[in-house]
Design a protein around this ligand. Structure first.
Ligand SMILES: C[S@@+](CC[C@H](N)C(=O)[O-])C[C@H]1O[C@@H](n2cnc3c(N)ncnc32)[C@H](O)[C@@H]1O
Length: 387
């Protein structure tokens, strides 16, 4: 069940069952001392404030679980040390850099980025951070038009012509950074899909013929190689991933399903978080909302199933809930969010206070989440409990 706890994170963490969450994303107050935010950001004992929560977080994560924490230069080192102590240095997975719209305007180096650090409860059990390229806007922006163009050519003029066109396009892609992986994708299949193929013979098998009754496939013995297992052929057949060239079977790898490992520089701009709120007619109610797409990305790379439970105990405007709901919408998943937001009066934002009160909401930050979730319910069907 989706849940919003309106209470101190510490109390919430004490109530949550152990070994439950696959992904925990938090965006704590960075202790900037700034007086511009809707929440208080001045702590004398920030390290203590965070440490006890990080300890409890580890307990509520499942064995395969991953913790992501947003942070800036101000507290990066302290946070790393705390997490190293709680999770063990070996469970550090790496660190992302994300784009900031605002500049630090420092005299020496103008900081325009911040970080997301990632720790596993148990690095050996954590999933590989893989994601379909088409789910990354950076790739999708170039790959989707290419796929559409080839499909159209296939439909109008057939496979040979589509393959010719693909060859020409691949040559153009050679020059584009991060697209060198494309050079293998030189085949157009019978549906007009772009793919590459790998041989299904194996060097270490006995040469012998293979007859698979279930799928009516007969493969003669090769001179010096064996064939992949019967089970593999059946599985590929059922997934429509068998491809034949000159009578020989190959495994088909579709471009639409190609995956990539997460890269350390993320192309998400902090400004996008504000746009996400604007789309719900909530622009200007919360100034430090993170981009929905960024949290969706973190959920997807760390997921083990479409039923994962996702926790954010510094919920702010509730971006993580929206990310979870959108992930579910995209793949018919059953993920659940648990958010926690302390009962904190909105500061420094008279507009937000008046806007909320005009709609019958109170003037604390948790009410922003409630309003955001109510707006999302116009587009997405879901329920949640409040405690
Ligand atoms: C940087 S904001 C999070 C913004 C959020 N990621 C978003 O996209 O809207 C940090 C939030 O943590 C909340 N917070 C601070 N101390 C807390 C505590 N002890 N328990 C729960 N929430 C807390 C603040 O009120 C603030 O809303």
């Amino acid at each position: 069940m989706n849940k919003l706890y309106v209470m101190d994170a510490e109390d919430c963490l004490n109530r949550l069952p152990e070994n439950t969450f696959q992904t925990v994303y938090i965006d704590p107050p960075y202790n900037t001392q700034s007086k511009k935010f809707e929440y208080h950001d001045h702590y004398d004992d920030w390290e203590d404030f965070i440490t006890s929560k990080i300890r409890k977080t580890r307990q509520v994560m499942q064995e395969t679980g991953v913790l992501f924490v947003s942070i800036d230069d101000n507290k990066l080192i302290e946070l790393r040390l705390i997490c190293n102590e709680v999770f063990g240095k070996d469970n550090f997975l790496g660190m992302f850099i994300t784009r900031q719209t605002t500049r630090s305007n420092a005299k020496h180096i103008n900081t325009i980025h911040e970080y997301i650090i990632a720790y596993a409860k148990n690095k050996r059990k954590a999933p590989a951070f893989e994601i379909k390229r088409l789910e990354i806007p950076f790739y999708a922006d170039k790959l989707l038009p290419l796929m559409a163009e080839i499909k159209k050519e296939h439909k109008q003029n057939g496979i040979a012509s589509a393959t010719q066109l693909l060859k020409k396009r691949l040559k153009e892609f050679e020059k584009i950074e991060y697209f060198s992986f494309l050079k293998n994708y030189s085949i157009v299949d019978e549906n007009g899909e772009i793919c590459f193929a790998t041989d299904l013979s194996t060097p270490n098998g006995e040469p012998c013929e293979l007859y698979i009754e279930e799928i009516m496939l007969h493969l003669p013995a090769l001179k010096s190689r064996g064939w992949s297992s019967k089970e593999k052929f059946i599985k590929l057949f059922n997934e429509n991933k068998l491809l034949f060239k000159q009578g020989r079977p190959y495994e088909k790898h579709l471009l639409s399903e190609s995956k990539d490992n997460a890269m350390s520089i993320l192309n998400f701009y902090s400004r996008q978080g504000k746009h996400d709120l604007e789309r719900l007619d909530l622009g200007n109610v919360f100034s430090t909302a993170k981009p929905v797409e960024m949290i969706k990305y973190l959920i997807k790379i760390s997921q083990i199933s479409h039923n994962d439970k996702i926790l954010d105990f510094f919920a702010g405007s509730g971006t993580t809930a929206q990310a979870v709901l959108e992930c579910n919408q995209e793949d018919n998943g059953q993920r659940e969010f648990v958010l926690c937001q302390v009962q904190e009066e909105i500061k420094n934002n008279l507009y937000a206070i008046e806007y909320l009160s005009g709609l019958g909401y109170q003037s604390n930050i948790a009410e922003i989440i409630k309003l955001r979730l109510a707006r999302l319910q116009y587009f997405i069907q879901f329920t949640y409990e409040i405690e």
